[in-house]
Design a protein around this ligand. Sequence first.
Ligand code: DNO
Length: 388
Amino acid sequence: MEKTWRWFGKNDIITLSDLRQIGVEGIVTALHHIPNGEMWSLEEINRLKKYIEDAGLRWSVVESLPVSESIKYAGPDRDRLIENYKVSLANLGKAGVKTVCYNFMPVIDWIRTDLKHKQDDGTYTLYFDRVRFAYFDIHILKRENAEKDYPAEILEQAQTLATTITEAEKEELIDNIIVKTQGFVNGNIKEGDQNPVAIFNRLLAQYKGIDKHTLRENYKYFLEQVVPVAEAYDVNLCVHPDDPPFPVLGLPRIVTSEEDIDWFLKAVDNPHNGLTFCAGSLSAGIHNDVPALARKFASRTHFVHLRSTNVLPGGNFIEASHLGGRGHLLELIKIFKDYPRLPMRVDHAPLMLTDVDKKYNPGYSFLGRMKALGEVSGMMHAVSQGIC
Ligand code: DNO
C-alpha cells in the first residue's frame, strides 16, 4: 500500500514538508474552498496538484468530492448537480488524480458525541456515547418518535442526563455532534453558523418518507450516471462506509455491512465503482467481521483507512489503538499487501502531548497520527519481509 496522509490544504498547520519528513508518500485532499455541488475546474485542480508535486509528493486521493444532499434525497435539482459531479470527475481524470472518495450518508458525515474523551494514559480520543446521543436526539432535536429508537435503560439514563446537564455542556454536545465534526469535511454545517440545531432539523426533514429502499434507488441513479464517466477517465470511485454503521436519527443508512457492500458493487458492476475500506467505521458495527470483509472486497477496494475501534457495552464505541481493537489492522495489511499502489491513510489517532491545545480538526492532530503511521509502517514492513 502507498502511505498517504489527509492534508487540509494550504491553510493546514501541518505542511507538506513536515509530511515528507515522516515518510508520507501521497496526499489525500480536496478543493475544500469550493462549495458542495459546484464544479471543480481543471485549472483549480492543476493548481493544487502542482503545489503538492512541487513539495515532492503526489496527490493520490480526493477525499471527498462531496455528493450534495439533493442527489441523495432526489431533489428537483439533482440532475444538474450530477452533471456538475461528472464534470469534476472528468477534470480530475484529465489532471491525473485517479482515486475519488465520497460518501452517500444522508445529512451527517460522521458522528461522535465526545471529541476529547480522556483516556487512562492521559491522551484524549473520540467517543460515541449512546446515552448522550439519545439525549441529543430526544431532548435537543426533539425528533418525533425518537424515543422508539432506544431501549428503556438508555431512555432512562438520557432522562437523568436531562436533569443534570448544564447549558454549557448542552452547547458542547451540539457543537460536537453537528458542527465541529462536519465543517472541515465540507459537511452541511460550519463553525459560526447561527442556530445549527434548526439547520440540522431542516436537513433531517428533507428525508421524511425516504427509507433504505428509496435511498438505494437514489444511489443507483447516481452511480449509473457517474460510473461511466469514471470509467472513461480511468478514475476509481470509492464510497466511504457510514460512520457509525448502524441506524441513527431515523435516517436510512447506505454502506454499513457486507450485504450493503455487495448491493452497491452489483448495482453498477464495474471496477471503477469501488469501496473505501474504512476499517474504523466498519469495526464500530458489532455485526461486521472486518478482516472477512477485507478478504471478500479487496479487489474492489480503491482506498484504505487504517484505524480501529472497540465496541463497548450499551452501544458505545471508542477509537482503539492502531495495534488493537476490532479493526485487526495487521490482518488487513496482510490482505492488502498484494496491492502495492493501493493508497492507505491513518486517522482518528489520540490527541496527545503538545498537540492538546492546538487547533486541529477532530481526529486529525499531528503527533497521534504520526505515531499511528509509525505503527502501521512497522506492521507493513514486517509483513513485506514475511516476518508475520
Ligand atoms: C472522518 C472521515 C469522513 C470521510 C468522509 C468521506 O474522519 O473519515 O469525514 O472523509 O465521509 O466522504
